[in-house]
Design a protein around this ligand. Structure first.
Ligand code: ADP
Ligand code: MG
Length: 238
């Protein structure tokens, strides 16, 4: 569970092709980072995988099944946004429970998953608060908690830490990496931050203008960048 394959996936907005035919394999349990400058198509690619945008061509396979036309809620993926998208009038517990209520998960199972997510994210003492009574880091944890309880086959993160200050970012980076080690679930993580990419990824996908410039482990990209763009972006000594 959690294997994602893109076959000649393209995306046009009107006449503009923002993603030319693109091929990519993401293995089960991998932590994959999409990195590249602003406007290169990172969010669009993630939204195509999530099903929040329709492809203009090509196929998206999830665990070997064609999911190109599958609605977002049926793809078994959970997206975490930088804006948190929490409901301000609901408690943390209700925010986390929301996707499970929508999916009709039985109450005792909801409670079990909330306890487990709250424990993993250090939110046990905050379940009865409203989002407005939390720090930025805690709000981001609630957003992650809401993804965890769906027990997705993959997590999709779109620049989840960009609203946090630098010190908090480092801590959250570690928390997300630890979560990945614990859950062993596929994570696709979008960022324009090279340090995040280099420290978190099993596999980095470097994008420029909707194209994949290079795919490799942080060490591979650092040691053998394919071109000057990758070298400059990753900060290789060459
Ligand atoms: P990134 O996340 O890497 O900053 P995006 O995926 O948001 O980049 O955008 C890639 C390109 O697609 C940009 O040129 C952007 O202006 C364009 N784009 C994104 N969404 C839309 C849209 N809904 N309509 C038209 N153009 C869009
Ligand atoms: Mg973006």
């Amino acid at each position: 569970m959690g294997r994602i394959t893109l076959e000649n996936v393209t995306k046009r907005f009107g006449d503009v092709e923002v993603i030319p035919p693109l091929n990519l394999d993401i293995n089960d349990g991998e932590f994959v980072v999409f990195v590249g400058p602003s406007g290169c198509g990172k969010s669009t690619l993630l939204r195509l995988i999530a099903g929040l945008e329709d492809t203009s061509g090509g196929r998206i396979l999830i665990d070997g099944q064609d999911a190109t036309s599958t609605p977002p809620a049926k793809r078994g993926l959970a997206m975490v946004f930088q804006s948190y998208a929490l409901y301000p009038h609901m408690s943390v517990r209700k925010n986390i429970a929301f996707p499970m209520r929508m999916a009709g998960v039985p109450q005792d199972e909801q409670d079990r998953r909330i306890e487990s997510a709250a424990k993993a994210l250090n939110l046990t003492n905050y379940l009865d608060r409203k989002p407005g009574q939390l720090s930025g880091g805690q709000r981001q944890r609630v957003a992650i908690g809401r993804a965890i309880v769906r027990e997705p086959s993959a997590f999709l993160f779109d620049e989840p830490l960009s609203n946090l200050d630098a010190a908090l970012r480092v801590g959250m980076r570690l928390e997300i990496s630890e979560l990945h080690n614990r859950l062993e679930t596929t994570m696709i993580y979008v960022t324009h931050d090279q340090v995040e990419a280099m420290t978190m990824a099993d596999k980095i996908v470097v994008l420029q203008a909707g194209r994949i410039e290079q795919v490799g482990s942080p060490m591979e990209l650092y040691r053998a960048p394919r071109n000057l763009f990758v070298a400059g972006f990753i900060g290789s000594p060459r």
